[in-house]
Design a binder for this molecule. Structure first.
Ligand code: AMP
Ligand code: ZN
Length: 108
């Protein structure tokens, strides 16, 4: 499962991606099919399929995802104008890639 996971492959460097941040816990790269002038994916290195699979031990990681999204929005100069953070959960919620990720959209 993790071996075949598209985002795990990107994180391991086995598939290409346009990274804007690489940290110990989280990476951020550009969405391959952008739906906004800026469309990034905030992705934990840990393979967690969906929000429904989060556990108590992921509490800090989830906080990190939000803080990293905000920091990058600030760095890109879109924080004050405004942006969207989206988490699609399970197929019914529009999730296609089953490795937790937060969409950061902005720059309109
Ligand atoms: P979701 O519907 O939340 O699962 O969104 C998955 C997102 O991942 C979509 O917006 C895709 O365009 C994006 N995506 C899929 N494959 C890649 C890839 N190899 N590199 C970057 N983004 C990707
Ligand atoms: Zn994965």
């Amino acid at each position: 499962m993790e071996r075949e996971c598209v985002f795990c492959k990107i994180i391991r460097g086995e598939s290409p991606a346009d990274f804007v941040y690489k940290g110990e816990e989280i990476v951020v790269f550009k969405d391959i099919r952008p739906e906004a002038p800026i469309h990034l994916l905030v992705v934990p290195r840990k393979h967690i399929p969906t929000v429904n699979d989060l556990t108590e031990e992921d509490r800090l990681l989830v906080g990190e995802m939000f803080l990293k999204a905000r920091a990058i929005a600030q760095r890109l100069g879109i924080a004050e104008r405004g942006y969207r953070l989206i988490l699609n959960v399970e197929r019914g919620g529009g999730q296609i890639i089953f490795h937790l990720h937060m969409h950061l959209l902005g720059g309109w």
